[in-house]
Design a protein around this ligand. Structure first.
Ligand code: BDP
Length: 795
């Protein structure tokens, strides 16, 4: 399928330029629920579907299920289903098992179904051949409808249907880190969809749309505010506002939850203490929770971050996390609410110069001794690795260290440490490694996914929690391809046995349509496989002793530790040879060069899809991938140069510190511009850049001295958020390019975070040509430049 250009022109004529943009924005808001028209060959598969959709029962969630079925089939097949209440002809029938059973006695699923599970089946109801979507719960019916529509969108056959699906864990939540002022901690996609200037937004349209996306993946609950919680979130005056959000979640069956500050009884109430064992504090929480449920009867519960990164906690009163968790959990219990207590507890004032101080140990040291002391509606929410969402960590040993306590795994969808949503980084591949890791608890097969789902120790609840941080940006996460991570989290929370590749293929098909070239290229781009501290028992911090014996022994020895975790567990010389045969230092150089090469390859792959994906989306993603390719070079050079200087060992391939096509800005002839030191030095090429210290235009000039030909010029500059400098490029006084540095990168100084690149293709150059860069500073951004690179064009 190529882009129907004639149609687009027509649409432009009809709607004007902004109209197309709106269309694109709406398509991105629908994410994987676009229900775009199927090609006629695929559509014909669904011609024999019944002409009506009947719902047995009359609740908000069931009505949503019916509406979604109509909307989906209308969009994809063009068929407008009738909405009905009773089965009087062949129909799609939606209802809970109880109502279906009444309408079609004798029809029972082959295996017992748990709460959120659903059954899709073609069978007779009142003598008519029907397609039934059923579940023990109304919410489960809605999950079934979305699963059915996903099949249609991907062109899968749907008749006959016999499919039973059961979620892996009972609780599947997303957390948002939104602040009441409308900002989002570690959010990269604009302001909050929930809050604005200290209140809940008047217009909650996006919150409702978000609930639709979440429920389509089977997500059960959403915590809407920062774990670094503002106590005001549960202030009496704020509760009616929270209730408005619950109202827009309710028809989608998503439960509202909030993060609370443990000191609330003191900061918000009038108590002089928040000691969890003080009876007045116990009473405060009980009254507060009762009031919340009075206004929001289906409220989900709380998340607590305490004694962590400056947050108050039970340690102020010599109490344990179990004391704190249970007091709040007991207030929630009569209402069916749950309490997620985060295991991310550590002392951020430790002296990290002392090699025996090990933050990785903290969660296990604190929570393992408390196993069995937590109430039944408490879930210990543990980040996947023992430190903090880092790109390379072993799994947290705490997953194997709680046998009598509910637990949940916390994954970070928002790309804080994996490219800040500027970079394409498909996280399910990494998550799968952790979820599938067999911790060998008590010598048995105990993969992390089974431990956190509560399957190993037969816990009442198990949980998957993803920190999403979507914002007002039309495509929710800012980077259109980052939506694969939100989708992937939901799919893995539902079924962690799905492969990353399957998830990538599903998401691509749903988002971009079923053009095999598009699906294959994007799936391949997504599903890419993506120094040391001594943490051994014998000579290090003893962290690996927190694992069950089989895993401890694996990590204890340098010989058996997998290469990718070697530096997490051992302190080795740079010349240590990995199993691959390479030295550690050469591995660092090579992997960073390979990474930059891969990022450049993403651009090439994406370009091959130019006529196959919508034009605006094409350019939006292209711009991000080009940025990523440039930034991968910044990162590669910073890491490699730092290690070259620290180890003194050169790159065997001679690349590090050697850039034959690069001309440093500070080496050009400068007018108005002056050289500056960039700190830390590894964040700029040669440790230096130039800045324009006068108010008017500054100039940097070089004389081209290579062979005549066509070249591609990369201008590496710094784009700060506190100014919008202008740049102009001239070749022998002819202007060839100009742009404004108006990107919103998270930096106010020249450095690694602000470093970015402008690529100017197809420059015809002859020896002696003068290349001049003019920079016009703005506010605090002084048109700063790092270097230029000239590459002979390959075209
Ligand atoms: C860190 C984030 C910080 C969070 C913290 C947490 O940088 O913003 O508050 O995790 O999870 O990684 O509590």
């Amino acid at each position: 399928m190529t882009r129907p250009q004639h149609l687009e022109i027509l649409v432009v004529l009809l709607l004007g330029g902004w109209g197309l943009e709106t269309l694109h924005a709406e398509a991105s808001r629908d994410a994987w629920l676009r229900y775009a028209p199927l090609e006629s060959a695929v559509r014909s598969k669904y011609e024999s579907l019944p002409a009506s959709v009947v719902v047995l029962g009359n609740s908000a969630v069931l009505r949503t299920a019916q509406g979604e079925m109509i909307r989906g089939l209308k969009g994809m097949t063009g068929k407008a289903l009738d909405a009905g209440r009773g089965v009087r002809e062949r129909a799609i029938v939606l209802g809970t098992l109880a109502t279906i059973h009444a309408a079609a006695p004798g029809l029972a699923p082959p295996n017992p179904l748990g709460a959120g599970g659903f059954w899709l089946i073609t069978a007779q109801v009142r003598g008519f051949d029907c397609l039934i979507v059923t579940s023990p719960t109304e919410r489960g019916v809605l999950y079934g409808v979305f699963a059915f529509l996903s099949k249609v969108a991907r062109g899968e056959p749907v008749s006959p249907l016999h499919e039973l699906q059961q979620p892996y864990a009972a609780l599947r939540w997303v957390d948002q880190w939104d602040n009441l002022n409308g900002t989002i901690e570690r959010g990269y996609a604009g302001p909050s969809i929930f809050f604005e200037k200290g209140s809940v937004r008047p217009d909650l349209t996006r919150a409702g749309e978000y609930a639709r996306l979440l429920v389509s993946l089977g997500i059960t609950g959403c915590t809407i505010n920062n774990v670094n919680a503002d106590p005001r979130i549960v202030d009496d005056s704020f509760l009616p506002q929270l209730a408005r959000i619950a109202d827009v979640f309710r028809p989608w069956g998503v439960q509202l939850a909030v993060s609370v500050d443990l000191a609330s009884p003191k900061t918000l109430g009038s108590l002089d203490s928040f000691d969890p064992l003080d009876p007045r504090v116990v009473e405060w929480w009980r009254t507060k929770v009762d009031e919340i449920y009075r206004q929001i009867p289906d409220f989900g519960g709380f998340v607590v971050k305490a004694d962590s990164e400056g947050r108050s906690g039970p340690s102020s009163y010599g109490r344990t996390p179990a004391d704190a968790a249970n007091v709040i959990a007991r207030a929630l219990q009569p209402h069916g609410g749950v309490l997620f207590y985060r295991a991310f507890v550590y002392d951020h004032h430790l002296d990290w110069q002392n090699p025996k101080n090990d933050r990785a140990r903290a969660a296990y040291d604190i929570f393992h001794p408390l196993d069995g002391k937590f109430d039944a509606n408490v879930i210990i929410q543990t980040k996947y690795g023992p430190i903090d969402f880092q790109a390379r960590e072993p799994v947290s040993p705490l997953f194997g260290g709680l046998e009598k306590t509910n637990e949940g795994i916390e994954l970070q969808i928002t790309q804080e440490y994996t490219g800040q949503q500027r970079h394409l980084c498909f996280l399910p591949t990494m998550w799968k490694q952790g979820l599938d890791f067999d911790l060998r608890v008590n010598g048995d097969r105990t993969p992390v996914k089974d431990l956190v789902a509560g399957k190993v120790f037969h816990r009442i609840a198990g949980a998957f929690v993803g920190v999403a941080n979507v914002g007002m940006n039309p495509n929710w996460l800012g980077h259109p391809l980052a939506m694969a991570n939100l989708y992937g989290f939901g799919r893995l929370a539902w079924n962690p046995n799905l492969s990353a590749e399957t998830i990538a293929r599903e998401w691509t098909g749903l988002t971009f349509g079923n053009d095999p070239v598009v699906v294959k290229t994007i799936t391949a781009m997504l599903d890419h496989q993506g120094i040391g501290m001594d943490r051994t028992v014998a000579t290090g911090t003893g962290y690996d002793g927190q694992y069950p014996p089989a895993i401890r022994d694996l990590y204890e020895s340098v010989q058996t530790t997998p290469d990718e975790l070697l530096l997490f567990f051992h302190h080795v010389p740079y010349t240590y040879r990995l199993r691959s045969g390479k030295t550690v230092i050469q591995h660092i150089y090579d992997s960073h060069y390979e990474g930059a090469e891969q990022a450049a390859d993403f651009v090439r792959q994406w370009k091959s899809l130019e006529l196959r994906v919508p034009a605006e989306l094409y350019s939006e993603v292209l711009a991000r991938l080009e940025y990523q390719a440039g930034h991968a070079i910044v990162w590669r050079d910073a890491i490699c140069n730092w290690f070259l200087r620290t180890s003194g060992i050169p790159d065997a391939q001679g690349r590090v510190g050697n850039h034959p096509h690069r001309i440093e800005a500070e080496a050009m002839s400068l007018k108005g511009y002056t050289a500056m030191d960039v700190i830390p030095w590894e964040n700029a090429s040669g440790g230096k850049g130039i800045e324009c210290v006068q108010a008017s235009t500054c100039k940097a000039t070089l004389v081209f001295d290579r062979a005549a030909g066509t070249y591609e010029m990369d201008v590496q500059y710094f784009d700060q958020s506190n100014g919008e400098s202008k740049f102009r490029i001239f070749v022998s006084n002819r202007q060839v390019d100009e742009w404004v540095a108006s990107d919103r990168l998270p930096a106010t100084k020249p450095g690694g975070d602000s470093s970015t690149r402008r690529r100017i293709p197809g420059l015809a150059l002859r020896p002696g040509d003068e290349i001049r860069i003019e920079g016009i500073p703005d506010s605090e951004e002084r048109a700063p430049l790092d270097y230029v690179e000239l590459h002979a064009s390959t075209e």
